[in-house]
Structures are given as C-alpha cells and as structure tokens.
Ligand binder design. Structure first.
Ligand code: CP3
Length: 345
C-alpha cells in the first residue's frame, strides 16, 4: 500500500517549496459570493450561521466548489470565543461586531464561569468533523482562532476601534487585568484548537489582526508570548499539529519568525514581501501578501501584484494568499484570473 500524497499546503508547512504554489484566500467564504449571500439570507443571522453545522459546512464548501482552492478554512468567526466565555456578542447590520465591554479583573474572573466554553463551541467542532468528511481528499482543512491581543481589543472596546485606543489604555492603566484576560484566552484557545485538530483540521491559523496597534514595549508580553504559549500548548497535546500565525504589522514579523514556534508566518499587504522573505529562515514557510484592493482592481495591477509575490517567493515554501481578508466588492472573474495565473506560473 502506498501512502497518500501529502496535501499541498501541508507540504509547504513542512518546509517544501511547492510549485505551483497552493492558494487559498482569507475570508474566502463571504459576501463577494452570490451563493453566500443567498445562504446568508435564509439563515437567522451571521452568528446563528456559525453555530449551525448545516449552514457553516455549506458556506465553507462554496468557494471550494467554485474555485477549487487548495485549502478550506472553517466558516466561523474569531468572536465565537468571547461569546463562548459568556460575553454578549452580536453583529449590527452594516456596522460589524458589538460586545458588552469588559473592564475589570472581576469581569475576567466571571468569563467561562457559567459553562464550559467548549460546550458552547461544540457545533463549530461538529462543523470541522463534517467538513473533513465532505471535502476533497486533496484539500487542506484549516481551523482557526483569534490571537489574545486581537480578541481583547474587541472584548474591551466592545466593537472595532481605530488603533485600539481602549485596549492600549487598559494595558497601561491595569496590566493585571489585561494579563488575566490574555491568560484566560490562551487557555481557552489551546483547548479550542486541540478540539479542531481532533475533529480533522490539518492545521490551524491564528489571526493577530490588531498587530498594527501594538506598542513595541508590549509585543512580547501581550502578543508573541501568548501566541507562543498557544502554539506550544497545542503541539504539546498534539505533536503533529501545524500552525500558521498571521500578524498584521510588519515590525512584529521578524520577531515572530525568530521566535521559531510557528510553521508559517502570514504576511500582510503593507509589508514588502521581497525584503520580508529575504530575512526569514529558509525552511520557515510564508503566506500572503497580495493587497485585497489589487484583487478588486484586477487587470495590470493584479498581474503585477501576483508576479511580484511569485518572484519574491519562488524556490521557498510559500502559500499564495491575500495580505488580509477578501473585500466584498471583489469581482469573481478577478479571483478566477488570479488562480489561473498562480497555477499557470
Ligand atoms: O472564510 C473565512 O476566512 C473563514 C471565516 C472567517 C470569518 N471571520 C467570517 C466572517 C474568519 C477566519 C474570520 C476572522 C475574523 N473575524 C477576524 C480576523 C481576520 C481579519 O479579518 O482581520 C476578525 C477581526 C473578525 C471579526 C469580524 N467578523 C469583523 C470585524 C466582522 C465584520 C466585518 C465585515 O466584513 O462585516 C466580522 C463578520 C464576518 N466574519 C463576516 C464573515 C463572512 C461577514 C458577516 C456577514 O455575512 O455579514
């Protein structure tokens, strides 16, 4: 009996320079797809969809059916974790997420008190299990969660906030409060990611989307340290697990790479990719960094953007992706053209 060939993206995470590069897109299930909008219109709401395995499996599979991406990312949201810990979370139509803000150490102590957060997340884990059964064998299945600093920004501000002023203020005013919150998130995230791996996720991605708003003096204590504890915690429990860490904010990237705990680093669209990868250890995989607006624009801008990434990353382990989530006004023919160019390279 011969072994099944390893999934393309997993080979990259093992340090192999796979060509043509595997490709998937952050937020690949979403509002740029008419079939997503149609499904979403019949669901009770965005969060209800995240907790309903029938809906969540369907919308996860939509971009795979349409485009045949090399990886599928679980349809859910980073904010299901604060929700599971007992915080109220809802989405205002056209405005984004809302949470009842937390402010004190007592608030942190109450998180997770009412019930085990993993119980609340059971439908998400069921979605992962069903996805692995329904996806093509060659498609990598990615689980994910938000990084503690990024989650804390929503949990403290109660909404998206430019430059995370409430979070930074809390970090300076009451570092014990922030440290306790981060600790709770580290513990819950490890258990959540281990459950995703056990249900069939090949690898997990951690989103440090608010990495652009980190004072340099806090990078280690609130971002890199907690990310390391999550990845090492997951790997201690499941040694075969692989982790991609996506950090917005270029300054952070090389500290993350040097820390050596991630299997791949996600590179945002503000970062010069040629410069970034020239300073990465040769076996450390990279992912990203096409500007989502170049994909909206299409044409020459898109072609040049793609070619610059391919030129900078040819010969090294790289996963083709955007430098942040796909925009909802992205034309589908542009996505098709991008995939054809990457696969025909
Ligand atoms: O396809 C995928 O990538 C998987 C699903 C996924 C979603 N959110 C679905 C979603 C993933 C991986 C996320 C991560 C996420 N969620 C992040 C980190 C990545 C990033 O983009 O920085 C963050 C910060 C969130 C929080 C969040 N969720 C915001 C700020 C918003 C509102 C923004 C918007 O576009 O409306 C969401 C909503 C959300 N999450 C949608 C989707 C498809 C749109 C909801 C809808 O259908 O109305």
């Amino acid at each position: 009996m011969t072994d099944k060939p390893a999934r393309k993206l997993m080979r990259v995470l093992d340090g192999e320079a796979v060509w043509p590069q595997p490709i998937w897109l952050m937020r690949q299930a979403g509002r740029y797809l008419p079939e997503y909008k149609a499904t979403r219109a019949t669901a009770g709401g965005f969060l209800a969809m995240c907790y309903d395995p029938d809906f969540a499996v369907e919308v996860t599979l939509q971009p795979i059916r349409r485009f045949g991406f090399d990886a599928s990312i679980l349809f859910s949201d980073i904010l299901v974790v604060p929700h599971a810990l007992g915080q109220e979370v809802w989405f205002e139509e056209g405005e984004g997420p809302r949470l009842t803000p937390i402010a004190t150490l007592d608030d942190v102590r109450r998180l997770g008190e009412a019930r085990d957060p993993l119980e609340h997340l059971a439908p998400v884990i069921e979605t992962v299990r069903r996805l692995r059964a329904e996806l093509p064998a060659e498609t990598t299945l990615l689980g994910f969660c938000g990084a503690p600093w990024t989650l804390a920004s929503y949990m403290i501000a109660g909404r998206s906030s430019p430059e995370q002023a409430p979070l930074r203020l809390a970090a300076y005013r009451d570092s014990a409060f922030l440290a306790a919150l981060v600790e709770t998130l580290v513990e819950t995230s490890i258990r959540y990611l281990v459950a995703q791996i056990d249900a069939g996720a090949d690898a997990v991605q951690i989103f440090e989307s608010m990495g652009t708003s980190l004072p340099p003096s806090m990078v280690e204590s609130v971002s890199l340290g907690p990310l390391r504890r999550i990845v090492e915690g997951v790997k201690a429990a499941r040694p075969h697990a692989k982790a991609i860490v996506f950090v917005r904010g270029g300054g952070h990237l090389h500290r993350l790479a040097a820390a050596g705990f991630a299997d791949a680093v996600g590179i945002d669209w503000q970062t010069d990719i040629a410069d970034a990868v020239s300073r990465l250890p040769s076996g450390l995989a990279s992912q990203g960094n096409l500007d989502p607006q170049a994909l909206v624009a299409g044409g020459r801008a898109l072609e040049e953007g793609i070619d610059a990434i391919l030129a900078a990353t040819q010969g090294r382990p790289h996963v083709f992706n955007l430098g942040h989530g796909i925009e909802k006004d992205t034309p589908i023919p542009h996505v098709e053209a991008m995939i054809a160019r990457v696969r025909g390279a």
